[in-house]
Design a protein around this ligand. Structure first.
Ligand code: MLT
Length: 384
């Protein structure tokens, strides 16, 4: 089995792949480890089983196209959450206080010798900023990162409001009771002094910060975007910064047009760039990938449902299939027609795709596997 690294991945993952050929160059890998490389034109071969992203966002991977081919795409939600949260907290202070401009200004005092102290006292009034305590923070997206940001901001004395139509039970439990859930993004826009985005980039979220939504915000609002640049319409943001509607736009995803714009604070995609987060993401991605390759278990996939169970029987058949009527009974009919007992099974769906793990008391022969493959709606069959 060959695993291709498309980016530099923390070496803590090396040991997990000790039984594999783990390389940064090979023609037809069985698995891929990736961070930010764009896989849109990646040459997919038939043996590619899965791609693991060492990070949360998967917009650099054509996950829908891969689902159609039975290629599972994993991500590592939560593994870099603390790193991103710490950067967001830092950015809240950058948003309230005029720190980046002030530091730049101090650099211009080089060469002023003994006058520096006096010049600092004279010039500092240009850089007055506000405290974050008592201000309202609107958190859009309460996944692992959003919840951590909400909790830390509340602990710093901010009033926190959050919106997430897909809030999971564990995240709802982890969220501080000091945060108030609201029922629309508009409520966040209307009430928040600071808005932080923690949503994936998809058709629903692309361009959500635009001229119309900015109009709904408070005058002098600060937007913090550590999720993906395309969540915001750059020209609307620049207009709002130049017109004074927005006090600051702080982003981890700089684009050419934003550089040099007053009150645009551009950070070079540093959210997850800590050795701790890189290690956590690499280990989590590598474990998920090897557990899938070796045992067929799926945890934290963005294009297939979570299905996993301990492997205790003679054989395991893993089947990617469409989420359609009668397909399960057709699959089980084929298996039982070979007189094989199903010891355990689990099937789940995610949108139009589904995944079945079937543990069998006997190893099915090649003819049985071929018959399973031929059932209409079956995408891929693996015998482990
Ligand atoms: C993420 O999506 O979690 C980050 O973009 C990870 C990274 O910096 O690679």
């Amino acid at each position: 089995m060959k695993i291709l690294k498309l980016n530099a991945i923390s070496p803590v993952a090396d040991e997990i792949f000790s039984k594999y050929e783990y390389t940064d160059s090979c023609a037809s890998p069985d698995g891929v480890m990736v961070r930010s490389a764009n896989m849109a034109d990646f040459p997919v071969t038939d043996n590619l089983l899965a791609v693991a992203r060492a990070g949360a966002g998967t917009n650099n991977i054509p996950s829908a196209e891969y689902a159609e081919k039975g290629i599972v795409v994993f991500n590592t939600p939560g593994a870099n959450a603390n790193a991103v949260k710490e950067l967001v907290i830092c950015e809240l202070f950058l948003g309230g206080r005029n720190i980046t401009d002030a530091i730049d200004w101090v650099k211009t005092l080089k060469g002023e010798g003994e006058n520096v102290g006096k010049l600092v006292e004279k010039g500092k009034s240009k850089f007055v900023g506000c405290e974050i305590a008592g201000k309202t923070l609107g958190v859009i997206g309460l996944g692992a990162i959003g919840v951590m940001v909400a909790n830390s901001a509340a602990a710093l004395g901010m009033k926190v409001i959050g919106f997430d139509p897909y809030l999971s039970t564990p995240n709802a439990v982890a969220l501080t009771s000091d945060a108030k859930l609201v029922s629309s993004r508009d409520e966040i826009y209307k009430k928040a002094d600071f808005i932080t985005l923690h949503v994936p980039l998809n058709a629903e979220t692309k361009g959500m910060i635009n001229a119309e939504t900015i109009k709904k915000m408070k005058d002098g609002a600060v937007i913090i975007n550590n999720s993906r640049g395309e969540l915001a319409d750059t020209s609307a943001v620049i207009d709002a910064l130049e017109g004074g509607k927005l006090a600051r736009y702080i982003t981890d995803f700089p684009v050419a047009e934003l550089i040099g714009v007053k009150n645009a604070v551009c950070v070079p995609h540093l959210g997850a760039s800590t050795p701790e987060a890189e290690d956590y993401c690499a280990v989590m991605a590598a474990r998920q990938l090897t557990d899938y390759i070796e045992n067929g278990n799926i945890k934290n996939s963005v294009n297939y449902p979570a299905v996993s169970m301990p492997k205790e029987s003679a054989a395991r058949v893993c089947i990617h299939h469409r989420n359609i009527k009668e397909i399960l009974s057709k699959l089980l009919t084929v298996i039982s027609s070979y007189g094989i007992n199903v010891a355990n099974m689990q099937d789940a769906s995610k949108g139009e795709y589904a995944y079945l793990i079937c543990d069998l008391d006997e190893v099915p022969n090649a003819e049985c596997i071929e018959k399973l493959r031929k059932i209409s709606g079956v995408i891929k069959v693996r015998l482990l």
